[in-house]
Structure formats: C-alpha cells, structure tokens
Write a protein that binds this ligand. Sequence first.
Ligand code: NAD
Length: 313
Amino acid sequence: MRVVVTGAAGFIGSHLVPALVAGGHDVLAVDAVHRATTPRAAMANRAELARAGITVTECDLLTDDLGPLGDADAVLHLAGRPGVRSSWGPGEADTHRANVVATGRLLAACAGSRPRFVLASSSSVYGSAAHPSAECDRLEPRSPYAASKAEAERLAQRAAAEGTPVVILRYFSVYGPRQRPDMAFHRFIEAALDGSPAPLYGDGAQSRSFTFVSDVVDATVRAARVPLPAGTVLNVGHPVTVGLHDALERIGVQLGVPPPTVPKDAAPGDVARTWAAAERTAALLGWTATTGLDEGLARQIEWHRGRRGGSRG
Ligand code: NAD
C-alpha cells in the first residue's frame, strides 16, 4: 500500500512509520514539528527516524497544499494537539485548529481520491467510565481537547457519509518508549531516575486503560488494511483499567525507588476512569491489547535509561 502518515514525528507516529516500512509499504511520513506541543521531543523523534533511514517531510496541515496527500491507498491521520490540561485557556484555540481545522482540511483533500482514512481519536470523548466504554455509548467530552476530538469524529463521519472510507480509532492512554514528556509515566519514570518530584494531579485515584504503543501501532495498521464499513468506530485500549497509585508502585518496584511526587490540584476535565470495551475491535480487527503493564513499563524504563546513557536528544 501507499500510505500517508500525519504526525509522523510524534510519539505514536514515530513507531507507526517504521512498522509500516518494515511491512513493505510505501510510506509518506509528514509532520510540522514546530506545531508539536512538545517540539523538542518531536525533533528528537524525527532525528531518530532519520538515523533509521526514514525521512519525515515537513508539511503543515493548517497552511500547506494538502492535495498530494490524498493520492494514497490509506491516510493515517495522527497529527494533532494532544493533552487535556493544555487544552484549557490559551491552549483552546490551538487545540481546535490542530484537531478540528486541520482534520477538516485533510478530509477535504481526500474527498476526490477517497483513500482509506484512519482518524486517531481519543477515549476522552467518553468522559468518565462507570463500566467499559463501548463505541455506541453517548459521548460526554469534558475538556476542550475531548470536544475537539468529538468534533473531528463528526467531520470524519460526514466524509464517510459522502463516500470516504473512514475508520475512527479511539486510543486509550498510550505509553512506551518515546512517550510524550507531558504524559504521566514519562514524568514518573524521570522523577524516580532524577529524584526530583513529578506533579500528581488530584488524589491519584484515577484509573486508565493504559495501552502499549506497539499494540496501538498493530491496531492502526490493521485498520488501514482490513475492509470495514465506512464510519466504523473502534476502541484501541487495554481492557484492564489500572489505578495511578498502582502504576506508580509498579514503576517504583522496577526502578528500586518510588517516583517522588508532589500533589497538585486535579486538572479540570481529567476524568476519574477510562475503561475500554474490547469486544468490537476484537471482532472486526482481530485485535486485542496483548502487552501487560509490567512488560510495557519495563520497555519504557529501558528507553529512559538508554537516552540518559547516550545523547538526551
Ligand atoms: P504527539 O504530540 O507526540 O504527535 C502529534 C504530532 O502531530 C506532532 O509531532 C506534531 O508536530 C504534529 N502536528 C501537530 N499539528 C500539526 C499540523 N498542523 N500539521 C502537521 N503536523 C502537526 O502525539 P501522540 O501522543 O503521538 O498522539 C498522536 C495522536 O493520537 C494525536 O491525534 C492524539 O490526540 C491521539 N491520541 C493520543 C493518545 C496518547 O495517549 N498518546 C491518546 C488518545 C489519542
């Protein structure tokens, strides 16, 4: 397949692109690193891909001509501005532009050629989960970030109704090597290695369907290939929800020292629990998350140690 990946220099994109290349696909990897919420991390990811012989082409979905991107068998749209906390206040307009306006422009560029269009959405559209969230559940976005993803899904469903074969993937808290520096495990592991405390928002009783990045990549590649009705929505999340305190303890056990934390007020819109219902994705993609938390944490910890040993990039 000829595949376009947007957000290729991001955390998940930087794993997805090499997996597609290894699978023999012809990949056009694009990103606007200056738009990243964590530009230094995106620059480091781009440099790492370059060392593996993979070029990330500079393309800003908000300003560049996107016509050439529609000329593909599949467009995997991961570019955006993630993060619940940073989507409030001054971040709200940028979040809307990155997640809604950019998605609308890309969908318009694909309207004629109609490639398989895979949209990276988020579990945050569900709000807080009292039971496993199923794809047909009512959406309850509780932050500008969640609202922007719900709006991007609406745009994608409209394009599906007009003939673009769209698949919407709702990713649940992704972790692993190269995790964004604003995310919890990244901060906790660095805190334990440095001895300087990481913020712990709220009472730490939040729980998440933490999902390892290579499992997410596997689901995304399948979504690009497996025939599905246009507009199909699928959860990409581990079916077990784990508390932050439990995760902190596991990190502490693996590193031999508990990550120091400093309490901070709960972030608005930071929901108590996310919990993925896994049946639909298992049935339609033949996919379930297979990496357990201890194994996934071990691989992320190895990456943090490795970057300290060499250049911090
Ligand atoms: P990331 O910030 O690491 O990657 C996003 C990339 O998009 C960045 O490299 C950034 O430069 C690029 N980008 C932003 N605006 C752009 C624009 N206008 N043009 C071109 N590129 C642009 O994020 P991530 O964690 O890899 O997440 C990837 C996608 O998955 C995002 O859409 C995010 O909302 C979604 N998602 C992530 C998670 C998670 O846990 N990481 C969970 C749910 C959903």
